[in-house]
Ligand binder design. Structure first.
Ligand code: HEM
Ligand code: FES
Length: 356
């Protein structure tokens, strides 16, 4: 969905987002070239082409770090959610910057011999058993191939055709690409006169990415474990405790975990409580981290919307997600652990004392 929704609500946000990335990249490249020209002079002088190769390569790796950090950061601190919205744009732009780096490197280092540049890249360094002389460029090539696959399939057309799970598995390859790039930078540094700054920054980046993923994973684990008191009733329905009504932030959700492990997003809006699955029908985004906009639950990742009362997207869109029954017992909100089929209407529960 959301062609119309995007056009109405997010177009300005997207334009600002893309323009900020373009300005950021231009400033970075300008600063890198300027500083390199000052630092590497005289006997240590480096050609403009090599400076540009390094500027583009390091820019791509910085962007990749941002991409990898956004997910866990947004999970740990909702204030980062706005940068998550158009992460796909950032991914495609990162690929283009990396492609420019690779093409310039191949042209500069492999373009002047008798072999074609690509054949030269693949065959000129056979030292795969050597640590110090390893063909580090091939690791970059592998990473670039993965980034190409991801950029080429980033459109929703591919998401629909590949199915959400295959698409997600494919896009998890970003971590393989990242691993290859750690090797590309570390082993490459052994063979050029770049010194230790690049590999040292890469190490800091690696620690940041891993640290944030571990922290976000631990937070999710604690939430899932610390969560629910469950109560089976006479009809064998298991009810999961969510908390007091006022503990659910207005127009936002509290996410609980059912005994089977499924996450349920319980929203409080307009003086009522309702519950839907935490998994967005688009790309599995965490709906419980979104908010209610114009009466609709809005996924934090790309803005798909669902009505709280039946989990259906507003017309003309046709997406549906699972809903759950809710009740308030002894001042505590409880949600049924059993998902209703996607799009099943439920009656949102009015919060006592909260009159319309
Ligand atoms: C066919 C693919 C690639 C080739 C042939 C290639 C080639 C190179 C070469 C020759 C260098 C050393 C440049 C020098 O210092 O003289 C280098 C460095 C680097 N490359 Fe690549 N690369 C490729 C892909 C990538 C990709 C996909 C990324 C990141 C997304 C990347 C990031 C970097 C970085 C961060 C450096 C270090 C730059 C610095 O020290 O300032 N490369 N690459
Ligand atoms: S809108 Fe894309 S995952 Fe929800």
């Amino acid at each position: 969905m959301s062609t119309g929704y995007v056009a109405v609500q997010w177009s300005r946000h997207k334009r600002v987002y893309d323009a900020s990335i373009a300005i950021g990249i231009a400033l970075y490249l300008g600063a890198f070239v300027g500083v390199s020209k000052v630092l590497w002079q005289g006997a240590h002088g480096i050609s403009d082409e090599v400076i540009l190769i390094r500027a583009l390569g390091s820019c791509a790796i910085v962007l990749l770090h941002v991409i990898l950090c956004i997910g866990p950061l947004a999970r740990l601190e909702p204030r980062f959610l706005p940068i998550l919205y158009n992460r796909r744009h950032l991914g495609v732009i990162t690929f283009l910057v990396a492609l420019a780096h690779a093409m310039l490197a191949i042209g500069y280092y492999h373009g002047f011999g008798v072999l074609s540049p690509v054949r030269s890249l693949l065959t000129s360094n056979p030292n795969i058993d050597s640590f110090r002389a390893f063909p580090f460029e091939l690791l970059g090539l592998g990473a670039l191939a993965i980034m190409f696959l991801m950029a080429a399939t980033s459109h929703d057309f591919w998401l629909r055709n590949l199915s959400a799970s295959t698409w997600k598995r494919l896009h998890m390859l970003v971590y393989v690409a990242y691993g290859l790039l750690v090797g590309h930078v570390a082993l490459g540094a052994l063979q050029t006169d770049r010194g230790w700054i690049g590999p040292a920054l890469m190490f800091v980046g690696l620690c940041t990415v891993s640290g944030l993923h571990i922290a976000a994973g631990l937070q999710e684990y604690r939430k899932d474990r610390g969560n629910p008191t469950t109560t089976p009733d006479a009809e064998e329905v298991t009810w999961v405790d969510v908390g007091a009504p006022n503990e659910i932030p207005i127009d936002r959700a509290r996410t609980v975990c059912a005994p089977g492990g499924e996450r349920i997003a319980v929203f409080s809006t307009g003086g009522t409580i309702s519950a839907v699955t935490n998994i967005c029908a688009h790309q599995g985004g965490p709906i419980g981290e979104g908010k209610v906009i114009d009466g609709c639950i809005t996924c934090p990742w790309h803005g798909w919307q669902y009505r709280p009362q039946d989990g259906c997207s507003p017309p003309p869109f046709k997406e549906k997600i699972a809903t759950y029954q809710v009740r308030i017992v002894s001042g505590r909100v409880q949600v049924s652990a059993k998902a209703l089929p996607p799009g099943t209407p439920t009656t949102p529960v009015r919060i006592p004392g909260d009159m319309p």
